[in-house]
Design a protein around this ligand. Structure first.
Ligand code: ZN
Length: 321
């Protein structure tokens, strides 16, 4: 089965380790090369998240450092990992398993530092997806953390979405305010993703999506990566198990249809996990759990990776230049 996860923060763990560990030697993290191999992961999106204290001034500096960590690992493990920059890389990946496809994304547009030139340069460095904001306001727009006073996208944010469409980058609305979400849907010419978000109806956390948002995102051909963070999964996070994650998957499936659900673990960005989904090695446990709820093999294959693969194929450029 093609298992494809839309969001992990493992580059942050590697950045903190300061060169002491690599994807093959990491211990104690949710994601590592041996764990991905054991789970049979086909592809993973690795996020560059730059903490707020680097802005203004050092956000781009830090993002470049983390992109370097990504590329050092791609070079070190070139026989096991395949950097994915284009549709042709995805075709190669489908033919050349068991190499694991790795995509680079940006979580929050702070490293752009207000410049479309920086967006293009980060694309040239391999960044193929971007969450426009984290929880707070940035130059692109407002995150969900701005609460009831949150606005949508800024003029620059709108220009960024248009340029991401031109370049072949996935626009990611996780963390974005609801007004920003609707702005993105109004202006993006391509399907958008919510790489790590859940359904608000099941868990009343501001990071989660309303039924209207789920349906609108599905109508435009996008996907929602189910987030494993207990606080985003259920209103009783202290008792969170894999069953509540399955409830989220089933809810998104019933609300948005079989083409909208994907994996968005948020591994290595969360300080607790559901029991039964402690790290990436446990992801395959979702397959029998979904079978038990009566989902067909085709539906499960879509949820575990084919839906996300479809959108990434649709958006990435045909060939790496
Ligand atoms: Zn996040």
């Amino acid at each position: 089965m093609f298992i494809f996860d839309a969001h992990a923060d493992t580059l942050s763990v590697l950045a903190q380790a300061n060169g002491e560990y690599h994807l093959g030697t990491l211990a104690g993290s949710h994601v590592s090369l041996p764990k991905m191999q054991k789970a049979g992961i086909s592809a993973q999106i690795f996020a560059v998240y730059v903490p707020k204290n680097y802005s203004p001034g050092l956000a781009l500096h830090m993002a470049l450092k983390m992109a370097d960590i990504f590329w050092q690992n791609m070079e070190r493990y070139s026989e096991q990992l395949l950097p994915v920059l284009s549709r042709s890389d995805l075709h190669m990946l489908e033919q050349a398993l068991p190499r694991i496809g790795c995509l680079l994304s940006l979580e929050g547009g702070e490293p752009l530092e207000g410049s479309l030139a920086n967006l293009r340069n980060l694309f040239r460095l391999g960044v193929r997806a971007m969450t426009l904001t984290w929880n707070h306001r940035n130059q692109l727009g407002d995150g969900v953390g701005e609460g009831e006073r949150a606005s949508g996208l800024s003029k620059f944010g709108c220009e960024v979405v248009a340029e991401m469409n031109n370049l072949g980058m996935l626009v990611d609305v996780s963390h974005l305010s609801e007004r920003g979400f609707w702005d993105v849907l109004a202006i993006s010419q391509e399907p958008v993703i919510a790489s790590h978000s859940n359904a608000y109806s099941l868990c009343q956390h501001p990071r989660n999506l309303s039924d209207d948002q789920i349906r609108a995102l599905a109508d435009r051909g996008g996907v929602i990566g189910v987030n494993f963070y207990p606080r985003h999964v259920t209103n009783t996070p202290e008792n969170c198990t894999i069953d509540q994650v399955v409830d989220q998957i089933i809810y998104l499936y019933q609300t948005g249809g079989s083409d909208v659900v994907a994996m968005g673990s948020d591994f290595d960005g969360i300080n607790s996990t559901p029991s039964g989904l402690e790290d990436v090695e446990k992801i395959p446990s979702l397959i029998p759990a979904l079978e038990k709820r009566g989902l067909s093999t085709t539906a499960i294959e879509k949820i575990m990776g084919r839906n996300l693969l479809r959108v990434v194929k649709q958006i990435l450029p045909e060939k790496s230049s």
